[in-house]
Ligand binder design. Structure first.
Ligand code: NAD
Length: 524
C-alpha cells in the first residue's frame, strides 16, 4: 500500500517495486494545500503568459538540454520507482520527453499566432474575423504511475508553452519522478508557482478536481476517469480523459510469422504489460495460429525477468501486489474456462515481491475476463479467426478503443482494415511505438477516454479559441437591424433567393427584390 490510512495518518510511500525497499515517505497534500497551490498558480499565470511564446519555448529548449544531461539519472530513478528496465525508461520516457520538448518548441509559435478566418457569406462581407488561441489559466494534471515521467511531462510542457500554469498531482506510487520533473523545469526557468507538484493520493486528486482550476487533464483508469467526469460535469469543468485500453492485435494470413510473433511478445510484455497501449488481445488467422502460438511460446521462454537495474533484464516487476493479484485472477479465470497456459502463469517470489512470469494463453474466448477487462500485466492471450470481417468484429467487441495494430505484408490492405477498427490509433506492423512520435495525437474512443494529448491536437486542448470579429464599416448601421416590416421581409426573402435558389432565374428575381435593402434607412 502506498498510503497508510491507519490511525488517521495518511502517508504516501515511494517504494522500489523490485525489492519492496522504502525509498521515501511523504505527507500527502491536504485539501487546504491544494486550494492554496491553485491560488498561487492563478496569481502567477498572467505574467507567465505575458512573457510571450518565444520566451517560453526558450525555457523548453533549456529544459531539453537539462533532461539530456541527466538522461541516465532520470532513467535510473524511473526504474527505481516504477520497476521497468532502465533501457525502457530511456527509450519510452526520457526520449519521448526530449522529442516532445522539441516538438512544442518548434511548433508553438506558429500554433499560437492569430490567424485570419476568411468567410463566404456576402451578407457578412463587411466583417473580418480572426482566431486567437488563449490559455485556459490553470491546468490541473493527474497522472498514473506506469509512465511517471513521459505522461506528466508531455502534458505539462503543452500546458506551459501555451501560457498556462500547471498544478500536477502525480501517482502516489511515483512521486519522486514527478518531483524530478518539476526540479528540471524550475532549473530551466519556469517559475515555481507556475509549475507545482502536489504529492498525494486519490483524495488529493479529488481535491484538485474540485479546486479552482480551469481544465483538467487526467490519465488513469476508467473507474477513476468516470468518477472525475461526474465531478467535473457538476461544475462544467472541461476535461481530457486518457483512460485504459484493451488493444487488439490482428495478424492477417499474409503476415511475416517471425516478425509478427516477436512484435506480439514485445507488445504484450514491454513494461511488464503495464502500458495503456499494450497488446492485450491477439487475434491470428487460423492458417498461422499453431505456428504463431509456438513461436510466441519459444520467444517468451528466452526473456529474462528481474530487477530493471540489471541491463540483462527484459521484464521487470509489476508495480504492486494489487496489480499482481488482478493478473493472477484473470489468468485463473481463463484457465478455469478452458484456456491453455503455454508459458508462465505464475509468480516469481524468488526474485522479489512483485514479479510474474510472462504468460502465453491459447484458446481464449470473449467469455473470459482476460479478453474483456484491462489486464495491465505480462499476459499474451491468443485467439484464432477465419476472415477479415471476423477479425474486425472481434477487435470491436470491446468497451475500450485506445489503439490497435494490424499485421500484414500488404500495407494497403492494412490501411483499409484500419478504417474499420474502433480506436484512437491503428498501427500497421508495429504496436505501442507511435507514442514516440510527438506529432501523433494520442487518445482513445469509447471507454478509453475523451480528448487528445500530444501533437497539435494536444496543444489545442490547452487553449480556448476566441473569435475576434471587426466590422470594416463602423459608421454604418447594419441592414438587418431594427425596425422590421413587410417591405424589409420581402427584401430579405429576395436576398435568400439570390443566395440559395437553384435556378438562375429565381436568383435574378431575388436580386431585384432585395436591392431596395441597400438604400433602406433603419428607423432606430
Ligand atoms: P488510477 O486511476 O488508479 O490513478 C490515476 C491517478 O488518479 C493517480 O494519480 C491517483 O492518485 C489519482 N486518483 C485516484 N482516485 C482519484 C479520485 N477519486 N479523484 C482524483 N484523482 C484520483 O490509475 P493508475 O493505476 O495510476 O494507472 C493505470 C491506468 O491508467 C490504466 O488503466 C491505464 O490503462 C491507464 N493509462 C492510460 C493512459 C492513456 O494515455 N490513455 C496512459 C497510461 C495509463
Amino acid at each position: 500500500m502506498a498510503t497508510d490510512l491507519q490511525i488517521g495518518i495518511r502517508r504516501v510511500t515511494s517504494l522500489n517495486p523490485a525489492t519492496g525497499e522504502v525509498i521515501r515517505e511523504f505527507e500527502p497534500a491536504t485539501e487546504a494545500e491544494v486550494i492554496a497551490a491553485v491560488a498561487r498558480a492563478r496569481a502567477a499565470q498572467p505574467a507567465w503568459h505575458g512573457l510571450g511564446v518565444r520566451h517560453r519555448t526558450g525555457i523548453l529548449d533549456r529544459f531539453r538540454g537539462l533532461v539530456f544531461e541527466r538522461k541516465s539519472e532520470i532513467a535510473r530513478l524511473i526504474t527505481a520507482e516504477a520497476g521497468k528496465p532502465q533501457v525502457e525508461a530511456l527509450l519510452t520516457e526520457v526520449m519521448v520527453v526530449l522529442d516532445g520538448a522539441r516538438f512544442y518548441s518548434e511548433n508553438s509559435y506558429a500554433f499560437l499566432r492569430d490567424r485570419a478566418l476568411p468567410h463566404a457569406n456576402p451578407a457578412m462581407k463587411s466583417k473580418s474575423g480572426r482566431l486567437a488561441r488563449e490559455p485556459y489559466g490553470v491546468i490541473g494534471i493527474i497522472s498514473p504511475w506506469n509512465y511517471p515521467f513521459s505522461i506528466p511531462a508531455t502534458e505539462t510542457l503543452a500546458a506551459l508553452v501555451t501560457g498556462n500554469a500547471v498544478v500536477l498531482k502525480p501517482s502516489e506510487f511515483t512521486s519522486l519522478v514527478a518531483l524530478e520533473l518539476a526540479g528540471l523545469l524550475w532549473r530551466a526557468g519556469v517559475p515555481r508557482d507556475v509549475m507545482q507538484v502536489l504529492v498525494g493520493d486519490g483524495s488529493t486528486g479529488g481535491a484538485l478536481v474540485n479546486a479552482n482550476i480551469d481544465k483538467l487533464v487526467f490519465t488513469g483508469s476508467v473507474a477513476t476517469g468516470k468518477r472525475i467526469a461526474q465531478a467535473a460535469a457538476a461544475r462544467l469543468l472541461p476535461v481530457v480523459l486518457e483512460l485504459g485500453g484493451k488493444d487488439p492485435m490482428l495478424v492477417l494470413e499474409d503476415a511475416d510469422l517471425d516478425v509478427t510473433s516477436s512484435g506480439a511478445v514485445w507488445g504484450a510484455f514491454m513494461n511488464a504489460g503495464q502500458t495503456c497501449l499494450s497488446v492485450e488481445r491477439c487475434y491470428v488467422h487460423r492458417s498461422l495460429y499453431p505456428r504463431f502460438v509456438e513461436a510466441c511460446v519459444r520467444k517468451t521462454a528466452q526473456l529474462q525477468v528481474g530487477n530493471g537495474m540489471d541491463p540483462e533484464t527484459d521484464i521487470g516487476p509489476l508495480i504492486n501486489e494489487r496489480q499482481l493479484r488482478n493478473v493472477e485472477t484473470q489468468v485463473e479465470d481463463a484457465r478455469l474456462r478452458g484456456a491453455r497456459v503455454l508459458a508462465g502463469g505464475k509468480r516469481r517470489k524468488d526474485l522479489g515481491p512483485n514479479f510474474y512470469t510472462p504468460t502465453v494463453l491459447a484458446d481464449v474466448t470473449h467469455e473470459m475476463r482476460v479478453m474483456r477487462e484491462e489486464t495491465f500485466g505480462p499476459i499474451l492471450p491468443i485467439m484464432p479467426f477465419e476472415t477479415d470481417d471476423e477479425a474486425v468484429r472481434l477487435a470491436n467487441d470491446s468497451d475500450y478503443g485506445l489503439a490497435a495494430s494490424i499485421w500484414t505484408l500488404d500495407r494497403a490492405r492494412g490501411k483499409a482494415l484500419a478504417r474499420r477498427v474502433q480506436a484512437g490509433t491503428v498501427m500497421i506492423n508495429d504496436a505501442i511505438s507511435y507514442f514516440g512520435i510527438s506529432e501523433a495525437p494520442h487518445g482513445g474512443v469509447k471507454a478509453s477516454g475523451i480528448g487528445r494529448t500530444h501533437g497539435i491536437f494536444g496543444l489545442e486542448e490547452m487553449v480556448r479559441i476566441k473569435y475576434v470579429d471587426a466590422d470594416r464599416l463602423p459608421g454604418m448601421k447594419k441592414l438587418w437591424w431594427y425596425a422590421y416590416g413587410q417591405g424589409f421581409a420581402r427584401q430579405m426573402e429576395g436576398f435568400v433567393d439570390l443566395m440559395f435558389a437553384r435556378s438562375w432565374s429565381r436568383r435574378i428575381a431575388g436580386a431585384m427584390r432585395s436591392t431596395g435593402v441597400l438604400t433602406r434607412k433603419g428607423k432606430i
